[in-house]
Each structure stands twice: as C-alpha cells, then as structure tokens.
Design a protein around this ligand. Structure first.
Ligand code: SF4
Length: 358
C-alpha cells in the first residue's frame, strides 16, 4: 500500500467523528474550517453547534447583524474571522445565489478564505484534489521526508506543498486532507509524537535519523508584543437609581475590532498607580481622577494572544453626577443587563465578572 492509502485506511479506522464530517454540505464545512482556525477541536465543536443552530444556512448568516455574529463568536478570539465570514456570507447570498463556488481558485477570492480553507472546502465538499496545507501537514511531511528547508521560507513551504500535491489521491482528496489533520494531532503530535506505535515509523526519515525534534525546521522566532491595558469601570446610577457604567466599541485596525470594552488607557509599560492618575489621558477626557469618589484597582489579568501579551489592570471607580456628564461625551453608557448582550473579548468578559453591582 502506498502512503496515501495507508493514511486514509488509518483515518477510516481512527479518525475523529465530527458533525461536519458526516456531510458534504459546503456551508457546514466552511463554518467548521473557519471556527477551527486557531481553535482547539473540543472548544470549536461547541461553537460550531451553537453557530449552526443560530445560523443554519448562508442566507440566515448574511441577514444577521455583525453584532449578532460577534455575540455567538464571543470567547473564540480572532474576531476578524467572524467579521470576514459574515461579509463573505453576504457576498455568497447576493452574488452566488447562496451556493459557494466549487473550486479552490474561486473560493480563495471570498473574504476570510485563504488557500488552506479553500482547499479544505473544495476537497471535502467538491472532491477537488488539492491539499489543505497547514501546520499539521508541515510537521508530518517534514518529519517523514526529513525536509531540512525552513518552513518559514517560501522555498520550504513550496517543498511541503509539492510533496502533498504528489501524495493526494484523486478519489478521496477530502479524506486525505482530514486524515493528515487527525494524524498530525493524534499521532505525529508537536511534542511527544507516538513514534513507537506509528505506522510510518520504518519509513520516517526523521525517526530513522533520531532527529524527530528537529522537524519542522524554523528559522524565525516571533516574539510576542507586550501591551499594557488599564481598564476603568466608571460606575454610577441613572436618574432612577439603577447601576450604569461606560463602555466603548473598539475601532481601527487592531485586535477585537467592533467588540466592546471598558474605557481604556493603554501604555507601553506597566504604569504604577500614581503615573496612571497623572496621565494626560485624563485631560483629554476633561476630568481629573480626584473627581471620582473612589478609585481602586480591582484585579490584574494576563491575557495571551498568539503574537501579543496583554497585561490588563482593571480599576473600578464610583463617579458623581458631574463626572457622569463628562464621561458621556466620550463613552457609551450601559447597564449590566444590556452589557451582557454586547460582543466583547474574553478578557473583558472575565474582568466584568469580578464586578459586584449590588
Ligand atoms: S515516526 Fe514519529 S515523527 Fe515519524 S511520522 Fe510517525 S509519529 Fe511522526
């Protein structure tokens, strides 16, 4: 048996049973692929089920507001995925009659669909023999064939892609892509691969050379950007005496675009409290921290994103009537029950949960 036949045979016996694998419906496969980018399978599965329940077809997704989509996405991170998915759904509904294009070359023109996702959809839904090359494929093939070219370079990437192109069978390309995915996460894992029980252990060049840990070869090391967020929960009461506080919607080309957060003073370093309270940010708001009745740091949290580390400090402040008026010039006012329904990053949600509104 050749490599692909053995791999697919292994997959038929051991592959994970997942709802989007029991269908060739391109919409289902598309949603699952977008959710599973940068997301663990167990976490992604529950989001997939919720998403499909709320938006069972492309027309319902296209008809939703961005806030409704972000609300379902909340907690998954990488919110640009949800925004792009939503925009692409509108495009499919308006320009393709609700049916996804059938080739990877056309799919890749839709927003948020890169070469990997296009190949996954085209192979699984439409039977196109195109490999879906991701980190799993780089790792597995670079180990089995001892590819010494760095996968950070286009030459290294192209080498792996060519290998995959030569291996993918015409009859079951979708199964081949899913098999490589499962094999990479269940057997040829990033750390502690199960070489002793691996069906390729006798052919695998990395194993033969006792150098499994060397592959995939990488030349670049990315360092995470450090960011320091000082969030303020400015809380007061409305004219009926009910608790209210201020939020803002993130804009610009940055993380968490269009999600809601508390008023934010971002810094390039961890500022001691005295520095926070002397910061010119207060002048731009037109107020002085002394106008707040109480201000105290409530909690600190470190939040890790792929290329960024957010060090968040969360202050809680009681504001008087005058400060309420000033803050309304800069931020939106909300109530706890309304804030629950707004899309917000996981970090903000975690910070919010420590607030006691009693
Ligand atoms: S022998 Fe080890 S390194 Fe080689 S393919 Fe199998 S699990 Fe991966």
């Amino acid at each position: 048996m050749d490599f692909s036949t053995r791999l697919i045979h292994w997959y038929d016996l051991n592959g994970r049973s997942l709802p989007w694998r029991d269908t060739r419906d391109p919409y289902h496969i598309w949603i699952s692929e977008i959710i599973l980018q940068q997301t663990r399978m167990d976490q992604g599965l529950s989001y997939y089920l919720r998403f499909m329940e709320r938006f069972p077809d492309v027309f319902q997704l296209a008809a939703a507001t961005e806030e409704q989509v972000l609300r379902i996405w909340q907690g998954l991170g990488y919110y640009s995925r949800a925004r792009n998915l939503h925009r692409a759904a509108k495009e499919v509904a308006e320009h393709y009659g609700g049916s996804l294009p059938e080739s990877s070359a056309e799919l890749v023109r839709l927003r948020g669909i890169g070469p990997y996702t296009a190949a996954a959809i085209a192979s699984m839904a439409f039977g196109e023999a195109v490999p879906a090359v991701d980190g799993n494929v780089y790792r597995v093939l670079s180990r089995i064939f001892a590819v010494d070219e760095s996968i950070d370079t286009s030459r290294g990437k192209n080498l792996i892609r060519e290998l995959a192109m030569n291996l993918i069978p015409d009859d079951r390309p979708g199964a081949f892509n899913q098999a490589l995915m499962d094999f990479g996460s269940m057997v040829c894992r990033p750390s502690a691969p199960l070489c002793q029980s691996c069906m390729f252990q006798h052919e695998c060049l990395a194993r033969q050379r006792n150098s499994v840990g060397k592959y995939p070869v990488r030349s670049l090391k990315k360092t995470a950007r450090e960011r320091y967020f000082n969030y303020f929960l400015f809380r007061g009461t409305d004219h009926e005496g009910f608790p209210v506080f201020f939020v803002q919607q993130r804009t610009g080309n940055d993380i968490w675009k269009n999600m809601y957060e508390f008023p934010l003073l971002e810094a390039t370093h961890a500022m001691p409290e005295e520095e926070v309270f002397r910061h010119p940010w207060w002048n731009t708001l037109g107020m002085h921290p002394g106008e707040l009745l109480i201000i105290r740091p409530v909690v600190e949290q470190k939040h890790q994103l792929t290329h960024q580390t957010i060090h968040a400090r969360f202050y809680q402040a009681e504001v008087n009537r005058h400060a309420m008026g000033v803050l309304q010039n800069h931020f939106e006012i909300t109530r706890p029950d309304l804030f629950d329904d707004l899309p917000k990053p996981r970090l903000v949600d975690r910070l919010y949960r420590v607030v006691d509104f009693c």
